[in-house]
Design a protein around this ligand. Structure first.
Ligand SMILES: Nc1nc2c(ncn2[C@@H]2O[C@H](COP(=O)(O)OP(=O)(O)O)[C@@H](O)[C@H]2O)c(=O)[nH]1
Ligand SMILES: [Mg+2]
Length: 449
C-alpha cells in the first residue's frame, strides 16, 4: 500500500538523519520534499499546502528534544500531522434510536454493495442483539439486487427487495416500513451509483435521503482513484450531507491522496476501510495506524488486534522468547510463518509489522508458504537447528528433496535470517502496541538505524 509515498517520505527522513539540529534551512528542504511527495501521491493541492504549513509551524515552535534526533523529531511531527488530518481518533457509527438507518452512496464500482454487507457483518459481530435488515435500492444495475441477496445469505442477514419495482424511493420507503413493523434495529440501504456524477442520480439520492432521514449517510470512496474520490465526496456532501466516508480497495494500488485529503475537504470523518473483497475485509478506520502505514512504520495496532483473535498466547510468548535468543530454529520459523498465515493474508500482515514493509522481496503467498514448508521438512534435524552450515551441497540436496529450485532454498534461508535478525532487534510487541504512539516506539529505539 502507498509504496511510492512511503519510499519518498523515508528518503526525506533519512536525509535528515545525519543532521545534528533541526534548522530552518535543512527543514525547509525536507518540508518542500514532503509537499512534493504528497502531491505526487495525489493529495489535494490545498491540503498538501496546509499540511506542510502546519508541520513547519510546529517544527519551528518545538523544542529540540535531547533524547531524539532531528530526523526522528521530524518523523514524529509528520506522523502526528498526518494522523490529525485523518481525524486522530477512531470514529464510531451512530446506531442510536429505535431504527437507525444507514445509507451508502458513491460512484458505481466503488464498493457500496460489498461494503453494505461488510458493515452488516461488522455490526452483527459487535452488537449481536441488534437485528439488521439490508435494502436493495440499486435498481440501475440488473444484477445488483441479486448481488446483495447473495452477500446477505452468506452472512445470514435478510435483504429487502421489491421485484419489478423501478422506483428506488418506493423500495426505500417500503423497506423502512417493513423494518419498523418487524422490529428491526438497523436498516442498511444500498443505493445506485453512476460512472460519473450526474444530476439524475443526485436528485434520486436526495429524495431517498429525505424520505428515510438516515442517521448515517456514508460516502464509499475507491481509494485507488485518489483526488477524484475526494472531489466526488465533496459533491455528494453538498447534495446529501454525508456523515462520513469509507475508503475501499486499500488492499490494491491505493493512493494515499484520498485517505489524507477526504476528511480535510469534506470535514466529515473517515469511519471504515475496506481491505479486500470478502465480507470480513473491513476494519474501523484508525488515523494513527493509517499514518503508520503511510510512513511505512508498520501497523502495530492492527497487527495486535488481529493477532489477538487467532494467536495462541502461550505459544507466541515462547516463540517471542526464542526469537530474542539465538535458539530460534528453522522449525520455529515454520511455526511462526504458519501462525502469521492463520492471521490473514501474508502480504497484508507482513506490511503491518514494523520494519517488514521494507522486506519487499520476501514473497510469502500461499504457494510460497507451501514451498517453505517442503524445504524445511527436507532439512535434517541438525540443519534445522542451524548446527550444520547450509553448504551449497546441502542446499542442492534439500532442493531436490523438496522438489524446488535451489534458488528457492537460498531465498528461504535469507528470509529466515532476516526475520531472526529483525525480531531480535524489535522491542516487545505487546507493550509497544499498548502504548501505540509512534513517540513511544521511537523512545524505545524504533525504528532501528
Ligand atoms: N480488492 C477489493 N475489492 C473490493 C473492495 N470492496 C469492493 N470490492 C470489489 O469491487 C467490485 C465492486 O464492488 P461493488 O460492491 O459491487 O461496488 P458498487 O458498484 O459500489 O456497489 C466488486 O468486485 C467487489 O468485490 C475492497 O475493499 N478491496
Ligand atoms: Mg452496488
Amino acid at each position: 500500500m502507498f509504496q511510492g509515498l512511503t519510499d519518498k517520505l523515508q528518503s526525506v527522513f533519512s536525509s535528515l538523519r545525519g543532521q545534528k539540529v533541526l534548522s530552518e534551512e535543512n527543514m525547509s528542504d525536507a518540508v518542500r520534499q514532503v509537499r512534493l511527495a504528497l502531491l505526487d501521491a495525489d493529495v489535494n493541492y490545498g491540503v498538501a499546502g496546509e499540511f506542510v504549513k502546519r508541520v513547519r509551524e510546529k517544527a519551528v515552535g518545538s523544542e529540540v528534544l535531547k533524547s531524539v534526533s532531528p530526523g526522528q523529531q521530524f518523523i514524529k511531527l509528520v506522523h502526528e500531522e498526518l494522523a490529525a488530518f485523518m481525524g486522530t481518533e477512531e470514529e464510531s457509527l451512530d446506531l442510536n434510536g429505535k431504527l437507525s438507518i444507514i445509507m451508502l452512496c458513491g460512484l458505481q464500482g466503488s464498493g457500496k454493495t460489498t461494503t453494505c454487507a461488510k458493515l452488516a457483518l461488522h455490526i452483527q459481530k459487535k452488537e449481536s442483539h441488534k437485528r439488521i435488515l439490508m435494502a436493495a435500492c440499486d435498481l440501475q444495475r440488473p444484477a445488483a439486487i441479486e448481488q446483495l441477496q447473495k452477500l446477505g445469505q452468506a452472512i445470514d442477514v435478510p435483504v429487502f427487495t421489491m421485484p419489478g419495482e423501478s422506483n428506488p424511493l418506493k423500495v426505500a420507503r417500503k423497506a423502512m416500513e417493513t423494518a419498523k413493523a418487524e422490529g428491526y434495529d438497523i436498516l442498511l440501504v444500498d443505493t445506485a451509483g453512476r460512472l460519473h456524477l450526474d444530476e439524475e442520480l443526485m436528485v434520486e439520492l436526495e429524495k431517498v435521503k429525505k424520505e428515510l432521514e438516515p442517521r448515517e449517510v456514508l460516502f464509499v470512496a475507491n481509494a485507488t482513484t485518489g483526488q477524484d474520490a475526494v472531489r466526488t465526496a465533496a459533491e455528494f456532501d453538498k447534495r446529501v450531507q454525508i456523515t462520513g466516508s469509507i475508503l475501499t480497495m486499500l488492499d490494491g494500488n491505493a493512493r494515499a491522496g484520498a485517505a489524507i485529503s477526504i476528511r480535510e475537504v469534506t470535514k466529515k470523518p473517515l469511519k471504515f476501510e475496506g481491505v479486500g473483497e470478502k465480507t470480513t475485509d473491513l476494519q474501523v478506520f484508525n488515523p494513527r495506524s493509517m499514518a503508520d502505514r503511510i510512513l511505512g512504520m508498520g501497523d502495530v495496532i492492527n497487527l495486535v488486534k488481529k493477532a489477538q483473535e487467532t494467536y495462541d498466547e502461550k505459544e507466541s510468548e515462547e516463540l517471542e522468547k526464542k526469537l530474542r535468543k539465538a535458539s530460534f530454529t528453522y522449525e520455529d520459523y515454520l511455526k511462526q510463518m504458519s501462525m502469521v498465515k492463520k492471521m490473514g493474508s501474508f502480504k497484508s500482515i507482513l506490511k503491518m509489522i514494523p520494519g517488514m514493509s521494507s522486506l519487499g522481496d520476501l514473497d510469502l503467498s500461499e504457494k510460497e508458504f507451501g514451498k517453505l514448508e517442503a524445504i524445511i521438512l527436507s532439512m535434517t534435524p541438525s540443519e534445522r537447528q542451524e548446527k550444520d552450515e547450509l553448504s551449497v551441497g546441502r542446499r542442492k540436496r534439500i532442493a531436490t528433496g523438496s522438489g524446488v529450485h535451489v534458488d528457492d532454498v537460498n531465498r528461504m534461508v535469507k528470509g529466515f535470517k532476516r526475520v531472526k535478525q529483525l525480531f531480535k532487534s524489535m522491542p516487545n510487541m505487546k507493550s509497544q502496541a499498548k502504548k501505540m504512539g509512534l513517540n513511544d516506539m521511537m523512545n524505545m529505539g524504533w525504528p532501528p538505524k
